[in-house]
Design a binder for this molecule. Structure first.
Ligand code: FES
Ligand SMILES: [Fe+2]
Length: 422
Protein backbone atom coordinates (compact mmCIF):
# COMPACT_ATOMS: atom_id res chain seq x y z
CA UNK A 1 0.00 0.00 0.00
CA UNK A 2 1.48 3.38 -0.92
CA UNK A 3 2.10 5.88 1.83
CA UNK A 4 0.05 9.01 2.33
CA UNK A 5 1.79 12.33 1.85
CA UNK A 6 1.85 12.79 5.64
CA UNK A 7 3.40 9.36 6.18
CA UNK A 8 6.05 10.03 3.57
CA UNK A 9 6.96 13.24 5.37
CA UNK A 10 6.99 11.51 8.78
CA UNK A 11 9.19 8.72 7.42
CA UNK A 12 11.77 10.81 5.64
CA UNK A 13 12.18 14.24 7.27
CA UNK A 14 14.75 14.71 10.01
CA UNK A 15 15.43 18.45 10.17
CA UNK A 16 13.93 21.35 12.14
CA UNK A 17 12.38 19.28 14.90
CA UNK A 18 10.83 16.66 12.59
CA UNK A 19 9.70 13.72 14.80
CA UNK A 20 11.89 11.15 13.02
CA UNK A 21 15.00 13.28 13.45
CA UNK A 22 14.23 13.97 17.11
CA UNK A 23 13.53 10.29 17.78
CA UNK A 24 16.87 9.28 16.24
CA UNK A 25 18.74 12.10 17.99
CA UNK A 26 17.51 11.02 21.40
CA UNK A 27 17.41 7.25 21.12
CA UNK A 28 20.21 6.10 18.82
CA UNK A 29 23.97 6.39 18.43
CA UNK A 30 25.04 7.80 15.06
CA UNK A 31 28.17 6.82 13.13
CA UNK A 32 30.03 10.11 12.64
CA UNK A 33 33.42 9.53 11.05
CA UNK A 34 35.84 6.65 10.39
CA UNK A 35 38.28 6.31 13.31
CA UNK A 36 41.33 6.52 11.05
CA UNK A 37 40.19 9.88 9.70
CA UNK A 38 40.85 11.43 13.11
CA UNK A 39 44.57 11.75 13.84
CA UNK A 40 45.84 12.93 17.21
CA UNK A 41 46.42 16.70 16.79
CA UNK A 42 45.30 16.31 13.15
CA UNK A 43 42.78 18.34 11.20
CA UNK A 44 39.29 18.43 12.68
CA UNK A 45 36.60 16.92 10.45
CA UNK A 46 33.43 18.85 9.75
CA UNK A 47 30.41 16.59 10.05
CA UNK A 48 26.72 17.19 9.59
CA UNK A 49 24.05 14.98 11.13
CA UNK A 50 20.26 15.42 11.23
CA UNK A 51 20.64 18.90 9.74
CA UNK A 52 23.15 20.26 12.29
CA UNK A 53 26.90 20.83 11.94
CA UNK A 54 29.56 19.49 14.30
CA UNK A 55 33.28 18.94 14.35
CA UNK A 56 35.07 15.74 15.25
CA UNK A 57 38.72 15.69 16.28
CA UNK A 58 41.25 13.61 18.19
CA UNK A 59 43.22 15.22 20.99
CA UNK A 60 46.94 14.90 21.69
CA UNK A 61 46.24 12.04 24.11
CA UNK A 62 44.16 10.16 21.53
CA UNK A 63 40.64 10.94 22.75
CA UNK A 64 38.01 11.39 20.03
CA UNK A 65 35.63 14.30 20.59
CA UNK A 66 32.57 15.81 18.92
CA UNK A 67 31.60 19.44 19.52
CA UNK A 68 29.23 21.93 17.94
CA UNK A 69 30.92 23.46 14.92
CA UNK A 70 30.56 27.12 15.86
CA UNK A 71 32.94 28.83 18.28
CA UNK A 72 31.22 30.18 21.41
CA UNK A 73 32.77 33.63 20.90
CA UNK A 74 31.62 35.00 17.57
CA UNK A 75 30.72 31.77 15.84
CA UNK A 76 33.62 31.15 13.48
CA UNK A 77 33.90 27.52 12.45
CA UNK A 78 36.01 25.39 14.75
CA UNK A 79 36.61 23.12 11.76
CA UNK A 80 39.18 25.74 10.79
CA UNK A 81 40.74 25.60 14.25
CA UNK A 82 44.18 24.40 15.30
CA UNK A 83 44.14 21.07 17.09
CA UNK A 84 46.91 21.43 19.67
CA UNK A 85 47.74 20.29 23.21
CA UNK A 86 44.46 18.54 23.93
CA UNK A 87 42.13 21.17 22.57
CA UNK A 88 40.86 23.09 19.57
CA UNK A 89 42.00 26.67 19.22
CA UNK A 90 39.74 28.91 17.13
CA UNK A 91 41.88 30.74 14.58
CA UNK A 92 39.78 33.92 14.73
CA UNK A 93 40.71 35.19 18.24
CA UNK A 94 42.47 32.18 19.75
CA UNK A 95 39.89 30.83 22.18
CA UNK A 96 40.68 27.25 23.07
CA UNK A 97 38.22 24.48 23.96
CA UNK A 98 39.03 21.06 25.39
CA UNK A 99 37.41 17.73 24.42
CA UNK A 100 34.61 18.41 26.93
CA UNK A 101 33.77 21.64 25.14
CA UNK A 102 35.01 23.78 28.05
CA UNK A 103 36.71 27.08 27.29
CA UNK A 104 40.23 26.87 28.71
CA UNK A 105 41.85 29.99 27.22
CA UNK A 106 40.45 33.31 25.98
CA UNK A 107 43.59 35.28 25.11
CA UNK A 108 41.77 38.42 23.95
CA UNK A 109 39.96 38.78 27.30
CA UNK A 110 41.92 40.91 29.74
CA UNK A 111 40.01 40.14 32.93
CA UNK A 112 40.33 37.11 35.20
CA UNK A 113 40.75 34.16 32.77
CA UNK A 114 39.48 31.47 35.12
CA UNK A 115 36.41 33.41 36.15
CA UNK A 116 35.56 34.17 32.53
CA UNK A 117 36.30 30.72 31.08
CA UNK A 118 34.29 28.71 33.56
CA UNK A 119 31.02 30.15 32.26
CA UNK A 120 31.69 29.55 28.58
CA UNK A 121 31.53 26.35 26.57
CA UNK A 122 30.40 24.78 23.34
CA UNK A 123 28.14 21.75 23.40
CA UNK A 124 29.96 18.44 23.50
CA UNK A 125 28.50 15.01 22.89
CA UNK A 126 29.09 11.47 24.12
CA UNK A 127 31.46 9.62 21.84
CA UNK A 128 32.40 5.98 21.35
CA UNK A 129 35.38 4.91 19.25
CA UNK A 130 34.43 1.36 18.30
CA UNK A 131 34.66 -0.95 15.33
CA UNK A 132 36.67 1.50 13.22
CA UNK A 133 34.05 4.24 13.61
CA UNK A 134 33.68 7.23 15.89
CA UNK A 135 30.04 7.23 17.06
CA UNK A 136 28.17 10.06 18.67
CA UNK A 137 25.04 10.37 20.78
CA UNK A 138 23.37 13.73 20.17
CA UNK A 139 20.51 13.36 22.67
CA UNK A 140 19.74 15.28 25.84
CA UNK A 141 20.43 13.95 29.34
CA UNK A 142 23.15 11.92 30.97
CA UNK A 143 22.24 8.39 29.95
CA UNK A 144 22.96 7.35 26.36
CA UNK A 145 20.84 4.67 24.70
CA UNK A 146 22.22 1.13 24.36
CA UNK A 147 25.22 1.06 22.05
CA UNK A 148 24.72 -0.89 18.77
CA UNK A 149 27.14 -3.62 19.68
CA UNK A 150 27.07 -5.30 16.28
CA UNK A 151 29.28 -8.33 15.63
CA UNK A 152 32.11 -6.38 13.98
CA UNK A 153 32.82 -4.06 16.92
CA UNK A 154 35.56 -6.05 18.60
CA UNK A 155 37.22 -7.58 15.57
CA UNK A 156 40.79 -6.59 14.77
CA UNK A 157 41.01 -4.03 11.99
CA UNK A 158 42.45 -6.67 9.61
CA UNK A 159 39.07 -8.44 9.73
CA UNK A 160 36.89 -5.50 8.80
CA UNK A 161 36.76 -2.62 6.37
CA UNK A 162 34.79 0.60 6.82
CA UNK A 163 34.05 3.00 3.98
CA UNK A 164 31.37 5.60 3.35
CA UNK A 165 30.23 8.21 0.87
CA UNK A 166 27.96 11.26 0.93
CA UNK A 167 24.97 10.78 -1.34
CA UNK A 168 22.62 13.60 -2.43
CA UNK A 169 19.29 11.97 -1.53
CA UNK A 170 17.13 11.34 1.48
CA UNK A 171 18.41 8.52 3.71
CA UNK A 172 15.31 6.29 3.67
CA UNK A 173 15.76 5.40 0.00
CA UNK A 174 19.05 3.77 0.94
CA UNK A 175 17.74 2.07 4.09
CA UNK A 176 14.96 0.52 2.02
CA UNK A 177 17.49 -0.75 -0.53
CA UNK A 178 19.56 -2.48 2.13
CA UNK A 179 16.63 -4.83 2.79
CA UNK A 180 15.36 -5.01 -0.80
CA UNK A 181 16.80 -8.35 -1.85
CA UNK A 182 14.92 -8.52 -5.14
CA UNK A 183 17.13 -5.83 -6.69
CA UNK A 184 20.39 -7.67 -6.08
CA UNK A 185 20.26 -10.14 -8.95
CA UNK A 186 19.07 -7.47 -11.37
CA UNK A 187 20.92 -4.25 -10.54
CA UNK A 188 24.13 -5.91 -9.38
CA UNK A 189 24.35 -8.83 -11.78
CA UNK A 190 27.34 -7.51 -13.69
CA UNK A 191 29.24 -5.93 -10.81
CA UNK A 192 28.99 -9.07 -8.70
CA UNK A 193 30.30 -11.10 -11.64
CA UNK A 194 33.18 -8.68 -12.08
CA UNK A 195 34.15 -8.57 -8.40
CA UNK A 196 33.33 -12.16 -7.46
CA UNK A 197 34.34 -13.75 -10.76
CA UNK A 198 30.85 -15.17 -11.19
CA UNK A 199 30.91 -17.07 -7.89
CA UNK A 200 28.42 -19.90 -7.85
CA UNK A 201 26.80 -19.15 -4.52
CA UNK A 202 26.28 -15.58 -5.54
CA UNK A 203 24.52 -16.61 -8.71
CA UNK A 204 22.54 -19.18 -6.80
CA UNK A 205 21.42 -16.39 -4.54
CA UNK A 206 20.61 -13.90 -7.22
CA UNK A 207 19.38 -15.80 -10.25
CA UNK A 208 16.97 -18.25 -8.68
CA UNK A 209 13.27 -17.55 -8.87
CA UNK A 210 11.64 -15.26 -6.31
CA UNK A 211 12.20 -16.86 -2.92
CA UNK A 212 9.61 -17.58 -0.28
CA UNK A 213 10.06 -15.01 2.48
CA UNK A 214 9.43 -15.59 6.16
CA UNK A 215 9.63 -12.69 8.60
CA UNK A 216 10.17 -12.67 12.32
CA UNK A 217 9.99 -9.67 14.66
CA UNK A 218 13.02 -9.17 16.87
CA UNK A 219 13.77 -6.87 19.83
CA UNK A 220 16.02 -4.78 17.54
CA UNK A 221 13.89 -4.82 14.37
CA UNK A 222 13.24 -7.95 12.34
CA UNK A 223 14.90 -10.76 10.48
CA UNK A 224 13.77 -12.64 7.45
CA UNK A 225 14.62 -15.86 5.75
CA UNK A 226 14.64 -16.03 1.94
CA UNK A 227 14.02 -19.69 1.13
CA UNK A 228 14.80 -21.14 -2.28
CA UNK A 229 13.95 -24.67 -3.31
CA UNK A 230 16.93 -26.62 -4.68
CA UNK A 231 17.02 -29.98 -6.43
CA UNK A 232 17.48 -33.07 -4.22
CA UNK A 233 14.91 -31.94 -1.69
CA UNK A 234 17.13 -29.21 -0.30
CA UNK A 235 16.45 -25.59 0.54
CA UNK A 236 18.88 -22.68 0.24
CA UNK A 237 18.14 -20.28 3.13
CA UNK A 238 19.49 -16.76 3.50
CA UNK A 239 18.73 -15.00 6.78
CA UNK A 240 19.21 -11.24 6.90
CA UNK A 241 18.57 -8.74 9.68
CA UNK A 242 17.22 -5.22 9.86
CA UNK A 243 18.40 -3.44 12.98
CA UNK A 244 16.75 -0.14 13.82
CA UNK A 245 17.07 2.52 12.71
CA UNK A 246 19.15 1.81 9.57
CA UNK A 247 21.35 -1.28 9.68
CA UNK A 248 20.92 -3.93 7.02
CA UNK A 249 23.07 -6.96 7.87
CA UNK A 250 23.41 -9.14 4.81
CA UNK A 251 24.48 -12.73 5.18
CA UNK A 252 27.67 -13.92 3.46
CA UNK A 253 27.33 -16.06 0.34
CA UNK A 254 28.99 -18.98 2.15
CA UNK A 255 30.06 -19.93 5.65
CA UNK A 256 33.48 -18.27 5.70
CA UNK A 257 32.98 -15.23 3.44
CA UNK A 258 32.60 -11.68 4.77
CA UNK A 259 29.32 -10.32 6.07
CA UNK A 260 28.23 -6.90 4.81
CA UNK A 261 26.48 -4.25 6.87
CA UNK A 262 24.90 -1.26 5.13
CA UNK A 263 23.72 1.79 7.02
CA UNK A 264 22.52 5.10 5.69
CA UNK A 265 22.66 8.00 8.07
CA UNK A 266 20.78 11.26 7.50
CA UNK A 267 23.05 14.26 7.05
CA UNK A 268 19.90 16.33 6.50
CA UNK A 269 16.59 15.86 4.67
CA UNK A 270 18.19 15.74 1.23
CA UNK A 271 21.56 14.15 1.89
CA UNK A 272 22.78 10.99 3.57
CA UNK A 273 26.03 9.18 4.21
CA UNK A 274 26.03 5.59 3.03
CA UNK A 275 28.28 3.36 5.15
CA UNK A 276 29.58 -0.04 4.08
CA UNK A 277 31.18 -2.33 6.63
CA UNK A 278 32.52 -5.70 5.60
CA UNK A 279 33.76 -8.09 8.22
CA UNK A 280 34.89 -11.65 8.52
CA UNK A 281 34.82 -13.25 11.96
CA UNK A 282 37.02 -16.12 10.74
CA UNK A 283 40.04 -14.52 9.11
CA UNK A 284 41.56 -11.29 7.80
CA UNK A 285 39.74 -9.77 4.85
CA UNK A 286 42.88 -9.44 2.79
CA UNK A 287 42.92 -6.98 -0.08
CA UNK A 288 39.41 -6.12 -1.28
CA UNK A 289 38.07 -3.25 -3.35
CA UNK A 290 36.79 -1.75 -0.10
CA UNK A 291 39.89 -2.26 2.05
CA UNK A 292 42.19 -1.03 -0.73
CA UNK A 293 40.46 2.29 -1.25
CA UNK A 294 42.72 5.24 -0.48
CA UNK A 295 39.81 7.40 0.68
CA UNK A 296 37.47 5.66 3.12
CA UNK A 297 35.42 8.88 3.43
CA UNK A 298 34.49 8.90 -0.29
CA UNK A 299 33.92 5.31 -1.30
CA UNK A 300 32.14 3.78 -3.19
CA UNK A 301 32.23 6.42 -5.95
CA UNK A 302 29.12 8.37 -6.84
CA UNK A 303 27.78 8.02 -10.40
CA UNK A 304 30.13 10.00 -12.61
CA UNK A 305 27.63 12.38 -14.25
CA UNK A 306 24.59 14.64 -13.89
CA UNK A 307 20.92 14.09 -14.64
CA UNK A 308 21.38 15.73 -18.05
CA UNK A 309 23.74 12.91 -19.08
CA UNK A 310 21.90 10.11 -17.27
CA UNK A 311 24.34 10.33 -14.36
CA UNK A 312 27.22 9.16 -16.55
CA UNK A 313 25.69 5.84 -17.53
CA UNK A 314 27.95 4.07 -20.02
CA UNK A 315 25.72 2.81 -22.85
CA UNK A 316 28.70 1.50 -24.84
CA UNK A 317 29.50 -0.81 -21.99
CA UNK A 318 25.88 -1.94 -21.91
CA UNK A 319 26.06 -2.83 -25.60
CA UNK A 320 28.97 -5.08 -24.67
CA UNK A 321 26.89 -6.83 -22.02
CA UNK A 322 27.13 -4.81 -18.82
CA UNK A 323 23.66 -4.71 -17.27
CA UNK A 324 23.64 -1.17 -15.90
CA UNK A 325 26.47 0.90 -17.42
CA UNK A 326 27.78 1.75 -13.93
CA UNK A 327 30.84 -0.48 -13.66
CA UNK A 328 32.53 1.56 -10.90
CA UNK A 329 31.19 -0.41 -7.97
CA UNK A 330 28.08 -2.16 -6.72
CA UNK A 331 27.49 0.84 -4.46
CA UNK A 332 27.64 3.20 -7.45
CA UNK A 333 24.75 1.27 -8.99
CA UNK A 334 22.74 1.71 -5.81
CA UNK A 335 23.57 5.42 -5.61
CA UNK A 336 22.46 5.88 -9.22
CA UNK A 337 19.09 4.33 -8.35
CA UNK A 338 18.60 6.51 -5.24
CA UNK A 339 19.54 9.67 -7.11
CA UNK A 340 17.28 8.79 -10.04
CA UNK A 341 14.34 8.30 -7.64
CA UNK A 342 14.55 11.99 -6.73
CA UNK A 343 15.77 13.74 -3.59
CA UNK A 344 12.80 12.52 -1.54
CA UNK A 345 10.82 10.22 -3.71
CA UNK A 346 7.06 10.29 -3.82
CA UNK A 347 5.81 7.13 -2.12
CA UNK A 348 2.16 8.10 -2.61
CA UNK A 349 2.08 6.92 -6.22
CA UNK A 350 4.39 3.89 -6.19
CA UNK A 351 3.11 0.41 -7.10
CA UNK A 352 4.50 -2.14 -4.66
CA UNK A 353 4.56 -5.90 -5.31
CA UNK A 354 5.01 -9.15 -3.41
CA UNK A 355 8.78 -8.64 -3.22
CA UNK A 356 8.43 -5.45 -1.17
CA UNK A 357 7.50 -6.96 2.20
CA UNK A 358 10.90 -6.19 3.72
CA UNK A 359 10.75 -2.58 2.52
CA UNK A 360 7.27 -2.12 3.96
CA UNK A 361 8.45 -3.45 7.32
CA UNK A 362 11.37 -1.03 7.42
CA UNK A 363 8.93 1.85 6.94
CA UNK A 364 6.49 0.54 9.52
CA UNK A 365 9.14 0.15 12.21
CA UNK A 366 10.62 3.59 11.58
CA UNK A 367 7.23 5.32 11.58
CA UNK A 368 6.13 3.47 14.70
CA UNK A 369 9.25 4.66 16.54
CA UNK A 370 8.66 8.27 15.40
CA UNK A 371 5.02 8.10 16.54
CA UNK A 372 5.98 6.64 19.91
CA UNK A 373 8.43 9.51 20.34
CA UNK A 374 5.70 12.03 19.43
CA UNK A 375 3.51 10.49 22.13
CA UNK A 376 6.26 11.04 24.67
CA UNK A 377 7.19 7.35 24.91
CA UNK A 378 10.58 5.73 24.48
CA UNK A 379 10.49 3.78 21.20
CA UNK A 380 9.93 0.10 21.98
CA UNK A 381 12.72 -1.18 19.79
CA UNK A 382 15.33 1.30 21.03
CA UNK A 383 15.04 0.15 24.66
CA UNK A 384 13.61 -3.35 24.41
CA UNK A 385 14.45 -5.37 27.54
CA UNK A 386 15.63 -8.30 25.38
CA UNK A 387 17.81 -6.14 23.15
CA UNK A 388 21.19 -7.81 22.63
CA UNK A 389 23.00 -6.62 19.54
CA UNK A 390 25.75 -9.20 20.13
CA UNK A 391 23.60 -12.16 19.22
CA UNK A 392 22.43 -10.88 15.82
CA UNK A 393 23.59 -13.17 13.06
CA UNK A 394 22.94 -13.12 9.34
CA UNK A 395 23.73 -16.51 7.85
CA UNK A 396 23.04 -18.58 4.78
CA UNK A 397 23.17 -22.28 4.08
CA UNK A 398 21.66 -25.33 2.46
CA UNK A 399 19.28 -27.40 4.58
CA UNK A 400 17.14 -30.48 4.02
CA UNK A 401 13.62 -29.46 2.97
CA UNK A 402 11.33 -29.13 5.95
CA UNK A 403 14.07 -27.94 8.33
CA UNK A 404 13.25 -24.82 10.33
CA UNK A 405 15.57 -22.02 9.14
CA UNK A 406 15.90 -20.85 12.74
CA UNK A 407 18.14 -23.83 13.45
CA UNK A 408 20.59 -22.28 10.98
CA UNK A 409 20.31 -18.76 12.35
CA UNK A 410 20.43 -19.70 16.02
CA UNK A 411 23.28 -22.20 15.81
CA UNK A 412 26.36 -20.94 17.63
CA UNK A 413 28.87 -19.15 15.43
CA UNK A 414 31.69 -21.36 14.17
CA UNK A 415 34.86 -20.65 16.18
CA UNK A 416 35.03 -16.93 15.45
CA UNK A 417 38.47 -15.42 15.67
CA UNK A 418 37.91 -12.57 18.10
CA UNK A 419 40.49 -10.17 19.37
CA UNK A 420 40.26 -7.74 22.23
CA UNK A 421 41.38 -4.72 20.22
CA UNK A 422 39.03 -2.56 18.22
S1 FES B 1 35.14 33.52 16.96
FE1 FES B 1 36.33 32.00 17.87
S2 FES B 1 37.72 33.07 19.10
FE2 FES B 1 36.50 34.60 18.27
FE1 LIG C 1 22.20 -2.70 -3.91
Amino acid sequence: MPLTKEENELLTRVENGAPMGEMIRQHYWLPAVPSIKLEADGAPVRIRLLGTNYIAFRTTDGTAAVLDEQCAHRKASLALGRNEHNGIRCIYHGWKFNARGELIEAPNHTGDQDAFCKHVRVNRYSVADRGGIVWVWLGKGETPPPFPDLPFMDLPSSQRSVTSAEVPTNWVQAVEASMDSSHVGVLHESTTQITAGGGNERLLMTKALAPKMEFEDQPYGYRYAALRQLPDDKVYARINNFVMPWYGIICPPDATSPTTVFFSVPIDDLTHRGWFVQYNTHRPLGMTVMSATPDVWNFPPLPPGEAKDNWGQNRDLMKRGHQTGFPQHLGTEDFAMFISQGQIYDRTTEQLCSADGAVIRVRQLLMRAAREHMEGKAPTLAHHPDLNYRTIRSVGGVMPAGTDWRTLADAPAVAPARAATS
